[in-house]
Design a protein around this ligand. Structure first.
Ligand SMILES: *[C@@H]1O[C@H](CO)[C@@H](O)[C@H](O)[C@H]1NC(C)=O
Length: 272
């Protein structure tokens, strides 16, 4: 059972890393999950062998290592919640999408994303992912209208990185092309960072950094739900494993003859 659970955890880690290359653009956060999943997998095999061959040492090893893995998983779940604790998108008047503001976020992950060298990597990853150019929708060659665009639900990165903040007052041409209107452009620094150069867009905007943080929060929360379910199941199996271990030892101590084991009316699932 723990072996099957390890597949679920590994799946979560691999899902995160596929997102890391496509949408989230942060490439280190999935590793703890992959390491935890892989260790559960290896240790479960040891436990399985220990149960099958009634090898007390292997079962002892299984329980001992699994204890630390469960502790690591708890630590990881707390960490995942702590780093993605604060911040969410803000609703905008008459828009279906949310907008993202950097001051809404704080903490270790924010510092990491804002760091100049690191941001250069993340922003070029977003550019390479073509998230913004994939946003375009046209009908018979004509880009969707502003009203239609306003009704769309955008992902945090699409909202933060691919268009200027609404407050700036830019005039919509298509999803990634916005002209300064007749009026003044807003005073927000992001307004001057916006560029119609399709390689630049709002990749240097604070809203883009906030969008990355908002996107991470979403995918991390999803993974955390899976992790919590897995944790509960792991603890249940751990308790069953402890019972089986005690049972193994008891049989070893009580019955010196191998044959007696076979004949004893002991439900066989207990050993597993
Ligand atoms: C918006 O128009 C520009 C200029 O024609 C084009 O380069 C860009 O790809 C368009 N954006 C989208 C999302 O289609």
């Amino acid at each position: 059972m723990t072996f099957l659970l390890s597949i679920v955890i590994l799946g979560g880690g691999i899902w995160l890393s596929s997102r890391a290359n496509n949408t989230d653009c942060l490439k280190f956060l999935q590793w703890p999950l992959i390491v935890i999943g892989a260790s559960i997998m290896v240790v479960s095999l040891a436990g399985f062998a220990g149960a099958c061959y009634r090898n007390t040492f292997l079962m002892w090893l299984y329980l001992f290592v699994m204890f630390f893995i469960i502790a690591a998983l708890i630590g990881f779940i707390i960490f995942a919640y702590a780093v993605t604790d604060k911040g969410s998108g803000r609703p905008v008047m008459n828009k279906a999408y949310l907008e993202y503001y950097l001051p809404d976020y704080s903490g270790w992950l924010r510092d990491r994303v804002v760091d100049e060298g690191y941001w250069a990597k993340i922003s070029s990853c977003i550019r390479d992912s073509k998230t913004c150019s994939k946003m375009g929708r046209s009908f018979n060659g004509v880009p969707e209208t502003y009203d239609m665009f306003s009704m769309r639900k955008l992902s945090p990165i699409e909202s933060g990185c691919c268009k200027p903040p609404t407050d700036c007052g830019y005039v919509y041409v298509n999803e990634t092309l916005w002209n300064p209107g007749g009026g003044l452009v807003g005073s927000d620094l992001d307004c001057s960072r916006w560029s119609n150069d399709q390689q630049m867009l709002c990749y240097q905007c604070d809203s883009c950094k906030a969008g990355v943080l908002g996107g991470l929060k979403k995918s991390w929360r999803k993974v955390s739900v899976i992790n919590i379910v897995v944790l509960i199941l792991l603890v249940i199996f751990y308790v069953i494993g402890c019972a089986a271990f005690r049972n193994n030892k008891k049989i070893d101590n009580d019955e010196p003859y191998g044959e007696a084991r076979m004949t004893k009316a002991q439900p066989s699932w207990i050993h597993l």
